[in-house]
Write a protein that binds this ligand. Sequence first.
Ligand code: ADP
Ligand code: ADP
Ligand code: ZN
Length: 214
Amino acid sequence: MKLILLGPPGAGKGTQAANIVKEFAIPHISTGDIFRKNIKEGTELGVKAKSFIDSGKLVPDSLVCEIVEDRLSEEDCKEGFLLDGFPRTVFQAESLDKFLNENGKTLNKVVNIKVDPDLLVERAVGRRICKSCGATYHIKYNPSKVEGVCDLCDGELYQRSDDVAETVENRIKVYIDETSPLIDYYTKKEILIDIDGQQDIDKVYKDISVALKG
Ligand code: ADP
Ligand code: ADP
Ligand code: ZN
């Protein structure tokens, strides 16, 4: 299964990705996670990406496409993959199509998680992430059993530096301007599935699972 998860910041892509990759046994490729890892490790890519991410802008296409192509060329992506947070521009989508074409592959589905923009800031600002395993929580909607501690691995939870209201608002604007045209792009290819992301986390997943198996 070759899949893309589409949706504004805070829609629930990372949360649902964890369920999808478990059920369909495919690797989870999150460009945001790749950038955060590079920033933490102080790599050249991390240094280049940091200022864009901290101001809520997109990292330039030229930096993103190559990383994704390299990752998709690895052995574990042969049978399938889940792209989370990529593509985010029409340029990236076209470049991905070209790459997949050249490698004799086609996308199966694009899962579009829909959430009203008014709800996104609260979701992103309340997000907490495990430093050790990357699990995602929400202080109100999906709290860990012990505050600040991961249920899965006892790791420490932290708040992303770009999950502050002003930056989240910028990211939502950037999503509307640069990423939302992809809804049309994949609708035309007849592979887009709309999912109501305003339901409970479990119900959202049920809808995704049914749609992907149908
Ligand atoms: P994205 O990867 O799209 O930015 P996340 O999966 O990280 O989104 O979710 C953003 C925040 O909203 C997290 O704190 C997560 O726990 C919470 N969340 C995800 N899905 C739901 C939902 N259906 N209802 C309420 N909160 C949710
Ligand atoms: P969210 O889950 O809130 O949607 P991500 O973790 O996917 O956020 O991305 C965090 C930041 O990393 C983005 O705001 C952007 O600066 C950068 N980024 C991630 N993926 C891409 C991409 N495909 N193109 C450009 N920038 C990206
Ligand atoms: Zn953890």
